[in-house]
Structure formats: C-alpha cells, structure tokens
Design a protein around this ligand. Structure first.
Ligand code: NAP
Length: 289
C-alpha cells in the first residue's frame, strides 16, 4: 500500500475519546482505511477523564473536528452535549459515533447495527427467534434494541438486577412481546436455554487476560444454539471454543467491531471502506499480542 499522505495544514483530524483509551483498535482501523483510500485524514485517540467530557466536546467543536467516536465511560453521559440523535440511539440511550454537520453535533449508535449485521452475515436467522442475552450494559442495550423488532422472545440475565430491570422496562415500551430478566446463575440459565435459539454474550467474561473464563457453563449449552460472543480479544474465546466443540454455530466479536467502524467511516467520508483487508490486519495484530 502507498505511504499515507504527509501531515500538512490541510490534514483533517478524526478521533476517539475514552477513559481508559489505549486498548482501542479504532485508530488502527480508521487510519488503515484513510491510507488505503488516499484520504488526507488522521484518526487519534484522546484520553478524556469524565470530569473533562464537557470541555473536550467544546474543544472538538471549536477545532472543527468533523467526526469522532466515544467509548467507555462516555457513551451515555455525552448525550446532553449532543444536538441531535437518531431514534435507535435515543431508544438505546447511548451513542458511539458523532458527526459535526453545520456546527451541530449529530449522534448515532453504530454498535447496534454493526452487531446485527455481524449476526446476519454469519448466517444467523433473527426473525421470530428466541434470544438470551448475558449482561445488561451498553453493548447489551445496543444489541437488544437492534434485534427487538425482529425477534419473538427475549430474556436477559445480569449480575445486577437493577440494571437489567431498567433495560427490560425500556425494551417493553418499544415492543410488546415477551421480554423478561433472570438471575445470572447456572440454574436460571439452564431453565431458559431449552427454548432459546440465539445466545449472546455481552459481558467481558473471557476477555484478555482472563481467557480461560466463560460466562456460561459448557454443560448447559446445546448444539441448536447460535452463539454470538461480543468479545474479540481473544478471537476465539472459551465460550466460542465450547460452542464449536459441541456443534453450535458461533460468531466472535471482531466483525461487529469492524462493522461499527465501517458504518462510522461511511457516514463521515461517504466512502466504503475495505472490510476484508482490515479484518486480516486485525487478526494478524490480535494473534501477535
Ligand atoms: P458495560 O456497559 O460495562 O457492561 C458490562 C456488562 O457485563 C454488565 O451487564 C455487567 O454486569 C456485566 N459483567 C461485567 N463483569 C461481569 C462479571 N464478572 N460477571 C457477571 N457479569 C459481568 O460494558 P459494555 O460496553 O456493554 O461492553 C461489554 C463487553 O462487550 C466488553 O467486553 C466489550 O469489549 C464488548 N463489546 C464489543 C463490541 C464489538 O464491537 N465487538 C462492542 C461493544 C462492546 P453488572 O451490570 O452487574 O455490572
């Protein structure tokens, strides 16, 4: 590939803000696509403490930065500083992608559609299916609102009952189908799993460095399940290993990561990035670490 265009007074900046931030793959992904498409853009990561969120948004606007991402812990707390968010992001109550348009900040949640696309592209049928989600944090909110219109039944298991109760309440306002929550323990999960078609892990359990952990015991999963683990580091989590070993169809979190980036990239630049090449590069990168 050609060298990137040298930085000059014309170079435009995009960025991600988070706390912590050094784990983020977004600079790698977007800078790869900028270089590949010969765009005079750069993407940087900024460590922004929650106390500095408001000031950082003012700064981004003042510097005329045309697009940026937010990650943990700013996805919800940024909303009061955003001028307009689309309906899906309003429902989710969180955004991860922002575009500056005519001096207004517009927010979207590309995790939601990126996750749904990853499932569909992996051959998972969603329409009228029964889904069990593990976890009730930001990623669970994004994926559950992305799927809720299509599925027939949703059960969410979470460690903290207050958080899952609020999520289920918000989902019920959106769609009047059977949606409930259960405790996050083996007995409760076992009782539900017999009926379930798609199991989605949105907890960080199994993520590097705790790679031998799985959010659910292998003994209670069955081979008719489609298992989607949002964790992408490692590429094959313990949950995915267990799923594959008993004959389930399974999908890791890498495609969702790439899809959410691609949706942001297209929105900012009106150009389609190369999904396959960046996937190979990310796999190389993740295998090295
Ligand atoms: P979050 O808002 O902090 O939510 C984390 C969820 O996991 C909460 O429901 C939390 O339960 C639960 N949890 C955490 N540790 C647990 C433990 N030891 N035992 C049981 N439950 C536990 O985080 P998030 O933004 O949703 O992200 C969650 C995971 O998804 C991360 O691994 C992240 O990397 C991944 N993710 C992947 C993508 C992708 O593109 N592939 C996108 C977004 C997120 P409590 O409510 O009880 O705390």
């Amino acid at each position: 590939m050609e060298k990137p265009i040298p930085i000059s007074a014309k170079t435009r900046i995009f960025c991600i803000i988070g706390h912590p931030i050094t784990h983020s793959f977004s600079p790698f992904i977007h800078n790869y696509w900028f270089k590949e498409l010969g765009l005079d853009f750069r993407y940087l990561a900024f460590h922004v403490h929650p106390d500095q969120l408001k000031q950082s948004i003012k700064g981004i606007k003042a510097l005329n930065i045309k697009g940026f991402n937010v990650t943990i812990p700013h996805k919800e707390t940024i909303l009061p500083f955003i001028d307009k968010v689309d309906v899906l992001a309003q429902d989710i109550g969180a955004i991860n992608t922002i575009k500056l348009e005519e001096a207004k900040l517009i927010g979207r949640n590309t995790d939601a559609l990126g996750g749904k696309k990853a499932l569909l592209d992996a051959g998972c049928k969603i329409k009228n299916k029964k889904v069990l989600i593990l976890g009730a944090g930001g990623a669970a909110r994004a994926i559950s609102f992305a799927l809720i219109e299509d599925i027939d039944y949703l059960v969410i298991a979470n460690r903290t009952s207050e958080r899952v109760r609020i999520l289920v309440g918000d989902l019920i306002k959106k769609k009047n189908c059977e949606i409930k929550y259960i405790n996050f323990d083996t007995q409760s999960l076992k009782q539900e799993l017999g009926e379930i078609d798609i199991l989605i892990n949105t907890t960080p359990i199994g993520m590097f460095p705790n790679i031998s952990k799985s959010p659910i015991s292998k003994e209670i999963i069955h081979s008719d399940l489609f298992i989607f683990d949002l964790v992408y580091n490692p590429l094959e989590t313990q949950l995915l290993k267990d799923a594959i070993s008993i004959g389930c169809k399974a999908q890791g979190g890498l495609d969702m990561l790439i899809n959410q980036g691609a949706l942001a990239f297209e929105w900012w630049t009106n150009k389609k990035p190369n999904i396959d090449k960046i996937k190979d590069k990310l796999i190389e990168n993740l295998m090295r670490n």
